[in-house]
Write a protein that binds this ligand. Sequence first.
Ligand SMILES: Cc1ncc(COP(=O)(O)O)c(C=O)c1O
Length: 392
Amino acid sequence: MSYLFETYNRKNIQIKQAKGTLVKDEHGKSYLDFIQGIATCNLGHCPDIVTAPLKKQLDRVWHVSNLFQNDLQEKVAEQLVQHSAGDLVFFCNSGAEANEAAVKLARKHTQKTTIITFEKSFHGRTYAAMAATGQEKIKAGFGPMLPGFHHLSFNRLGELDQFMDDDIAAVMLETIQGEGGVIPASQAFLQEVAAFCKKKRALLIVDEVQTGIGRTGKAFGYQYQGLSPDIITVAKGLGSGFPVGAVIAKKDLGQSFSPGSHGTTFGGNMLAMTAANATLDTIFQKSFLEAVKAKGDFFQEELKTLLQYPLTKDIRGKGLMIGIECIVPVQPVIEELQSEGLLVLSAGSNVIRMLPPLNVATDELIMAVEKLNHVFEKAKINHTEENFFSLR
Ligand SMILES: Cc1ncc(COP(=O)(O)O)c(C=O)c1O
């Protein structure tokens, strides 16, 4: 009997110990964890460079509210600003909250209403973030959505220009749709979005909750396409597993978040800021980001061996955010990989998503590729017409 709401389809194991890429379940079985809290433990589990300052901060001060000056917040904000197109930072506790704040900021600043987002996007589960999300299944049963959100086709050129509305506050997107299936935005599409925003005097909001904090081999995913977003949202990897989110915005938006306009009790909590500072000190180093990119390129190259199997359709992603698209639902193969000691997750129904820690070792990547090949080989032998992954 469980006292928990069944809001999650949980795996049948509990992680009792975790360090770096490796986790151990309650039976002592080890796994390579290529989920990492869903792109959250970007330095691997329990990284010493984060736990050491956290332990010190635990004995100093935990939480004082935002009624006080806070140089830990200043330091994290400075790091985020120095590595992004933004100038000012607001701290919150999650990705949904960051997106909620971004929508509020965009509407207040522009005094306009419409927010354009894209099909298959995922922006979180609060009402504004849910309204922004381009997936009906996320909204089903939750009554009227917050009005003013329109979803256009992702990566379809020409559609924005047919959108006849002059009340557009912002266009909001992920540069690689994560939950939607690890789908990268094309350069041409992003250029069109940027030009549209300029023409309509709408803000560009880039949701970097999954792609940010080094995941793609750059500090933020949008930096591959040379965009200059007005608002960037982050969470997940920012605290290495400590709950924290942030909105980073250009300075002219500053007056719209004036005293009393927005806030949250825990945002910028000292423990979260300590974790974030230590995380960014490492991840934002040029050599670290270059290594993420190199490892990602190596991993994608090795994964191409999987294309020999008829059930594999595509391998894509950037840095260490990788999707393997298959021609059928991937849940059974994910379960088989788990029993082989590799933890991965799905993105949509047909994509295996892999989010190893950014400091993953090359031999761990090779081990993962071997396990994948082994399971795909078994699937090839055991498949039926109805279910390619009928493995057992
Ligand atoms: C792109 C993106 N935005 C927002 C969110 C929501 O973040 P959170 O679960 O921290 O609210 C997620 C979570 O998966 C995400 O991937």
